[in-house]
Design a protein around this ligand. Structure first.
Ligand SMILES: [Zn+2]
Ligand SMILES: [Zn+2]
Length: 269
């Protein structure tokens, strides 16, 4: 049933658990219909991650003005450099965080379908989004490497892959720097944090990661995750990297959740 090619006929999707995450995408390109995996109407090819141009138009990219620290977009016109309320209240182990798009609609659907339904073509689409936003800002300073936010090994075994690693690998390749998955590991399979307060969530993530060995590192590093919510998860990983010797950690995520509390910049005092 994988050989369905007609773009007008029914689309038979592989049911989860087939381990498709490990299939080379070139094979997918041969066996998968050249049709958009979102709308199932328009033509879309492997290079587009099977998301057609029209559906890609639904992605809301983050543009300035945004918080100079965490990248949270501000509504309206902001003059000069501003930081948001959260960044003036919390101190983060990472130096700067940015995201390509707002975590909503098609962007979020693609992330969920990559993570939970193991539809690997969305990795191509999402890493493309990430690189479109990140590469122009990352060209220049020497980066020591790219670190994906690690999953706990049990969760990774269940999911069969780490989506952050899937997104980080093309970025590392484009920058010509190593992808490092050997520096930080997740100490525990952190359960849902939604019931925790913001402060507890940050404290919880500070203990969720540990060095994977005892390598010493130096210089500037890029940390990659799929979605940036409070910044607490990235903070936990960045804290480990800083303890290992990193001088600067910049976070890049495909998408960023918008928190109502942070929509307005704090006034400079
Ligand atoms: Zn479409
Ligand atoms: Zn901020």
């Amino acid at each position: 049933m994988l050989l369905e090619r007609s773009i007008s006929g029914p689309i038979h999707r592989p049911v989860g658990g087939l381990g498709l995450a490990n299939w080379p995408e070139v094979i997918l390109g041969l066996v998968y219909p050249q049709v958009c995996a979102i709308c199932h109407q328009q033509r879309a090819d492997r290079d587009q991650g099977y998301v057609c141009t029209a559906c890609q138009g639904g992605v809301r990219r983050i543009t300035e003005p945004y918080c100079q620290r965490c990248g949270m977009p501000f509504s309206g016109k902001i003059i000069g450099s501003q930081t948001c309320t959260a960044c003036r209240r919390d101190s983060w182990a990472w130096d700067e965080a940015r995201a390509a798009a707002i975590a909503e609609g098609i962007t979020l659907e693609c992330i969920h379908r990559l993570k939970y339904q193991k539809e690997p073509w969305f990795g191509t689409f999402l890493s493309g989004l990430l690189m479109e936003a990140a590469l122009p800002r990352l060209i220049g300073p020497p980066w020591q490497g790219v670190v994906p936010v690690p999953l706990h090994r049990v969760k990774q075994r269940e999911r069969e892959f780490n989506q952050a690693e899937r997104l980080a690998a093309p970025l590392a390749h484009a920058l010509g720097v190593p992808l490092r998955t050997d520096l930080v590991r997740r100490r525990e399979a952190t359960s849902s944090q939604t019931s925790l307060s913001r402060k507890d969530r940050i404290g919880n993530m500070r203990t969720a990661f540990e060095p994977a060995g005892s390598p010493r590192i130096h210089g500037s590093w890029i940390l990659v995750d799929d979605v940036l919510t409070t910044g607490a998860t990235a903070d936990g990983v960045a804290a480990v990297l800083k303890n290992l010797g990193a001088e600067r950690v910049v976070v890049w995520a495909v998408a960023r959740a918008i928190l109502e509390i942070d929509l307005q910049p704090a006034r400079q005092t």
